[in-house]
Design a protein around this ligand. Sequence first.
Ligand SMILES: Nc1ncnc2c1ncn2[C@@H]1O[C@H](COP(=O)(O)OP(=O)(O)OP(=O)(O)O)[C@@H](O)[C@H]1O
Ligand SMILES: [Mg+2]
Length: 111
Amino acid sequence: MIDSARAVSIGLIVTELVINAVKHAFPTPRADAAVGVRYQVSGEDWRLTVSDNGIGKSTEVSKLGGGLGTAIVAALVRQLDAQVTMESPDGGGLKVSIEHTTFHPKALATA
Ligand SMILES: Nc1ncnc2c1ncn2[C@@H]1O[C@H](COP(=O)(O)OP(=O)(O)OP(=O)(O)O)[C@@H](O)[C@H]1O
Ligand SMILES: [Mg+2]
């Protein structure tokens, strides 16, 4: 169970990231193309992962800063008090993780 405000934000993020995978990850159609969406919860902590096995996102493209979608996802992630990480392993594909964790090492260090 999650509150409606968080559900709306997470829904918008999933929509943008799945559309990205469909638009960008598979320039040539492939029979084994796959897009995965996973939502994990542990107490107050949660993690949303959207992954694909497509061409991946090069660091050159990442340096360009991205389009409106990237900006919207960044704003929603900030609103959710979460962090986004992107991985494009050598084998291809892109995995975007959005994580909200109540574990703050810095806060513990200064306590
Ligand atoms: N799943 C993906 N696989 C490969 N490249 C990707 C993927 N997602 C994003 N990209 C690359 O990152 C760029 C920036 O993505 P972003 O969502 O910010 O913009 P966009 O999808 O091109 O436009 P918009 O989201 O504003 O409609 C894309 O143009 C594309 O080159
Ligand atoms: Mg996009």
